[in-house]
Design a protein around this ligand. Structure first.
Ligand code: HEM
Length: 527
């Protein structure tokens, strides 16, 4: 019999054998040995026992047994797509980064969107921050802008990240909730970390239940530096502005969608790209100098604060288009490894203590997750430029140095001696640093309520109601009365009306006193 172009036979036990031939390729083992029968193990007689000699069975089962790798410790659930960044005009006055030098230049890109707290199989419409990680394969190597869809973060210092994530994910005794922030541990941590108050307002807003990944903003969050060929530095905040605008669902819809189609967001992205309706974002820059940084009432190194777009307008400098789905989810979306520390000449860090900690964490976790220091050899992570150095060996080495030289300096000239340094190579911005070595937080980081209030007041009445409803829903799942009351005591410093409505919604017997607000410190008083 035939099934399409495949010849089909029935085996002795009624099993189906499909045969190679014509343009149907031959099934082989990993060693390339052609397989004659993939339906039956090698046995003594038709009823066994099975033979250890069956290398095809053993290899197939061994490989299957080792298919799983650890999921990401955060942002485990994600969806990736390929595309490009197209630069509008030369930004040579601002940065030496090659991808920004020429108008119309296209740079290949890979983007992975994610939720933060849920495990790999968790529902897409969980109330959560969305990751927005962009890998740009520039001609000077890979630049990763590893951002979120909210312009600020929960904490100010990376040393709190393990605590934040432990508190947000499943509780260690019961193993749930799987993808919900509505539980005691999460709100306990938030209530004891007033620095998270601005973020608490943002995550209770509609932004954490986007209608589609195509209708979200993205943010690099931290203040970075652009550095031009003359070595001049300009501070920058990166933004991605969706061409479709922003849209969210309401909580009632989110809950239903999670039940009916937990893959709602990834299906939407897949369908849009497959049908040629390519999602698009514009890259925006907020640019400022030391003078502005000195005058701004918050520290530009504090990742829990925005710089309002009314104060520094967002300049749109290019567009990101996603026009190709992956060939293989595991090879690309799962194995992609983003890292804040992957920057190209012309882009540099600041001393934001959250960013500095991230620069360590990603590379470290990826060694564990991908299993070898050679994960940059995997095609999705490999730069599209030539990689040439003396790093060698390790598991799965596929890019070892060729020839005799595996060190430098060496006496072997020309090609024999291998790669050497370049005057155009990456140079860190020579920022002047001084001060005593201490574990202390900058005093200007201490105002935790003003921007939370600004954010709440910037929302229209319907959006404000959604924020109130979200707080009531989330805190109603918190069993410990003291934690509920503590959140309300913070909300009193954000907006009294909101605090009262939340207290009413929760049926609090009495209103707690307002939390003692951190004393805002003026920079001129410090001087
Ligand atoms: C993963 C964003 C803070 C550690 C991710 C991902 C994104 C992201 C988008 C997923 C990347 C992907 O799709 O593969 C952010 C943002 C932060 C932040 C915007 C704050 C502004 C931190 C901090 C740490 C951290 C403070 C630790 C110090 C990690 C780790 C992963 C991760 C370990 C998993 C990476 C992997 O397995 O490949 N983050 N993150 N993040 N993040 Fe963050």
């Amino acid at each position: 019999a035939r099934l399409g172009n495949v010849e089909v036979h029935r085996g002795a036990g009624g099993e189906t054998h499909q045969l190679a031939g014509g343009d149907v390729p031959v099934l082989t083992t990993q060693q390339g040995i052609p397989v004659s029968d993939d339906q039956n193990t090698l046995k003594v007689g038709p009823r066994g026992p099975s033979l250890l000699e069956d290398f095809h069975f053993r290899e197939k089962m061994f490989h299957f047994d080792h298919e799983r790798i650890p999921e990401r410790v955060v942002h485990a659930r994600g969806f990736g797509a390929h595309g490009y960044y197209e630069n509008y005009d030369s930004l040579a006055d601002l940065t030496a980064a090659d991808l920004f030098q020429r108008a119309g230049e296209k740079t290949p890109a890979f983007v992975r969107f994610s939720t933060v707290a849920g495990n790999k199989g968790s529902p897409d419409l969980a109330r959560d921050v969305r990751g927005f990680a962009v890998k740009l394969y520039t001609k000077q190597g890979n630049w990763d802008l590893v951002g979120n869809n909210i312009p600020i973060f929960f904490i100010q210092d990376a040393i709190k990240f393990p605590d934040l994530i432990h508190a947000a994910k499943q509780e260690p005794d019961r193993g749930f909730p799987q993808a919900q922030t509505a539980h005691d541990n999460f709100w306990d941590f938030i209530s004891l970390s007033p620095e998270a108050m601005n973020m608490a307002l943002w995550i209770m807003s509609d932004r954490t239940i986007p209608r589609s990944l195509r209708f979200m903003e993205g943010f690099g969050i931290h203040t970075f530096r652009l550095v031009n060929a003359e070595g001049k530095s300009t501070y920058v905040k990166f933004h991605w502005k969706p061409k479709l605008g922003m849209q969210s669902v309401v909580w009632n819809e989110a809950v239903k969608i999670n039940g009916a189609d937990p893959d709602f967001h990834r299906r939407d992205m897949w369908d849009a790209i497959q049908s040629g309706d390519f999602p698009e974002w514009e890259l925006g820059l907020q640019l400022f100098d030391d003078d502005f940084a000195e005058k701004f009432p918050f520290d530009i190194l504090d990742a829990t604060k925005i710089i309002p777009e009314e104060v520094i307008p967002v300049r749109r400098v290019g567009r990101l288009v996603l026009d190709r789905t992956v060939d293989n989810f595991f090879a690309e979306t799962e194995q992609v490894a983003f890292c804040t520390q992957n920057v190209v000449p012309g882009i540099d860090f600041t001393n934001d203590p959250l960013l500095q900690g991230r620069n360590f964490s990603y590379l470290d976790t990826q060694l564990k997750r991908l299993g070898s220091p050679n994960f940059t050899h995997i095609p999705i992570n490999a730069p599209k430029t030539e990689v040439c150095n003396f790093q060698q060996d390790g598991h799965m080495a596929m890019r070892n140095p060729k020839g005799r030289a595996n060190y430098e300096p060496n006496s072997w000239g020309g090609a024999l001696g291998g790669p050497r340094e370049s005057r155009q190579g990456y140079r860190s911005f020579p920022a002047e640093e001084s001060g005593a070595k201490r574990r202390v937080r900058a005093e200007l980081f201490a105002d935790h309520y003003s921007q939370a209030r600004q954010f709440f007041l910037s929302q229209n009445p319907v959006e404000q109601t959604h924020i109130k409803d979200a707080f009531v829903f989330e805190l109603s799942k918190v069993e410990t009365p003291a934690i509920r009351a503590r959140i309300v005591s913070h909300l009193l410093n954000v907006d009294e009306g909101l605090a009262k409505q939340v207290a009413d919604g929760l049926g609090l017997a009495e209103m707690p006193p307002a939390a003692d607000p951190a004393r805002p410190v003026l920079r001129d008083l410090e001087a």
